[in-house]
Structure formats: structure tokens, C-alpha cells
Write a protein that binds this ligand. Structure first.
Ligand SMILES: C[S@@+](CC[C@H](N)C(=O)[O-])C[C@H]1O[C@@H](n2cnc3c(N)ncnc32)[C@H](O)[C@@H]1O
Length: 240
């Protein structure tokens, strides 16, 4: 099931980069608001789609939630199982979840929509496995940010750093590389995601563009300059 998206070859660098606390984006920007939404949801069961090496599943478990993690990258799943022997980690792809309808109170996609190749199949699958009334909690890179590569951050002749985005309306997959990791990320206009989520009849209950809290001030300043992330929470309507 390993794909040519760079994840199998990047797995060890990714695991090292995350450590136990997660990278800057997770530790200082996304974890706290994501966990706050989890706590508000009252969920007892959760599916983490694209769980990677399982860090957020471990956080869900620490919050008393029975979490299942699915991911196509075997090396990441091995790390998840080693770090959380009692956990439930399964190989799978978001596009075809081998799971019953309506089985989860909460479905989480934590920085995975931009990694998933066939989003038109994946979002209906995420909605399908949610129970009526359940919540789909998404952290994703803003489409304004994913429209950056291949140029993205540039340094002008006067040394000024600027972020460039271009070809916003053209969906595409670009290779991105940092600290030994080289993966393919998808850029899609925001409309693509919104149309798919609305098309499932999901109701938007929460939207945030979280600011960094703490951490290296220079890094935090960079995160404040450009639209890196958003968090969305969608609810599946309760059964009538
Ligand atoms: C940026 S990582 C995020 C991992 C984890 N959610 C976290 O926040 O640490 C993206 C993950 O998506 C997984 N992935 C790639 N394609 C996928 C697909 N089609 N379905 C589900 N997961 C996928 C990768 O293997 C990788 O673990």
C-alpha cells in the first residue's frame, strides 16, 4: 500500500523530527486548540485518519478516548505501535476506510488533507464512519499557504523575506523538503474542501486560524506573518 508520495522514505526523519512533543506547528500552534475541541466534543471513540507515528492518538487516549489510528505508511505505524502497545493502529487509506458506517463519535484529520491524493473519495469516507451527531475535526494548512510552493518564502535582493503564492486556483501536488523529510503535498483551493464537506451535509460548527503560543520568538513571528493553518469542526446532522 506504500505510495510514491515520499512518506515511506521520509518516515524515520519524520519520527525523529516529531519527537514526543511534536514539531513547532503542533506544540505551539495546533495541539492546544485541537485538544480543546476534543474536550468539548464529549467523544468516547475517535478515528485519527493519517495518524502517522500516533502522537495525537496517544493524546486522545490520555483524554480517556478509545482511539483508532489509520495510516498507509507501515514504518510510521510500527513506531505508533511501539510507543503505544495498547493502541489500535491499522494500515489503511482515507479513500477507502475498512470500517463500518457510523462507528465513531469523532473523526480527526490532523494535517492530513494536504497529504491525501484523492480527497474526493476521502472526505465522504470520513463522513460515512461518523455517527449521526458526531464531529469531524480538521487541522489543515491553509490553501493560501499551500499555493506557495515551489516559490513560497523568498529572500529579495535587499535581504527582505517575503512569502509568494501563485496559481491559487490550480490544484497540484508539489514536493516539499525539510530536515531529511521529502514528501508530496497537495495544494487545492479552499473551495475544493468546502464543497466536499458541504456536499456531505456536514454543518460547520467551529473555524479558527490559531496563532502561535510560546516557543522560539523568531519562529513565532514567522508563523504570524502568513496564513499557515486553520482548524474546522464539522458536525454530521443527528438522525431524524
Ligand atoms: C503530515 S503527516 C501527519 C501525521 C499525524 N496526523 C500528525 O499530525 O503527526 C501526514 C500523514 O498522512 C498519511 N497519509 C498519506 N496519504 C494518506 C492517505 N491517502 N490516507 C490516509 N493517510 C495518508 C501519511 O502517511 C502521514 O502519516
Amino acid at each position: 500500500m506504500d505510495t510514491d508520495d515520499g512518506w515511506p522514505d521520509s518516515a524515520s526523519a519524520w519520527i525523529a523530527d516529531q519527537g514526543e512533543a511534536g514539531d513547532f506547528s503542533r506544540r505551539h500552534v495546533l495541539d492546544a486548540p485541537m485538544l480543546a475541541r476534543v474536550a468539548r466534543s464529549g467523544a468516547r471513540t475517535a478515528l485519527d485518519v493519517g495518524c502517522g507515528e500516533g502522537r495525537f492518538c496517544r493524546m486522545l487516549a490520555a483524554a480517556g478516548i478509545a482511539a483508532t489510528g489509520i495510516d498507509p505508511t507501515e514504518a510510521l505505524l510500527e513506531a505508533a505501535r511501539a510507543r503505544h502497545p495498547g493502541g489500535d493502529y491499522r494500515r489503511g487509506q482515507a479513500e477507502a476506510l475498512d470500517l463500518a458506517d457510523g462507528g465513531y463519535d469523532l473523526v480527526v484529520s490532523y494535517l492530513t488533507l494536504l497529504d491525501i491524493a484523492d480527497i474526493g473519495r476521502a472526505i465522504p469516507e470520513m463522513a460515512r464512519v461518523l455517527r449521526p451527531g458526531g464531529r469531524l475535526l480538521i487541522a489543515n494548512m491553509n490553501s493560501f499557504f499551500t499555493a506557495g510552493p515551489p516559490e513560497g518564502w523568498t529572500t529579495g535582493a535587499d535581504g527582505t523575506r517575503r512569502f509568494c503564492l501563485d496559481h491559487y486556483l490550480e490544484a497540484r501536488a508539489d514536493w516539499v523538503a525539510w530536515r531529511g523529510i521529502r514528501i508530496r503535498n497537495w495544494h487545492r483551493p479552499m473551495e475544493t474542501y468546502m464543497a466536499l464537506l458541504l456536499g456531505q451535509g456536514l454543518l460547520l460548527r467551529h473555524y479558527a486560524e490559531p496563532a502561535p503560543v510560546g516557543g522560539d520568538p523568531a519562529m513565532a513571528a514567522r508563523y504570524r506573518r502568513v496564513p499557515y493553518f486553520h482548524i474546522m469542526e464539522w458536525q454530521k446532522p443527528a438522525a431524524k
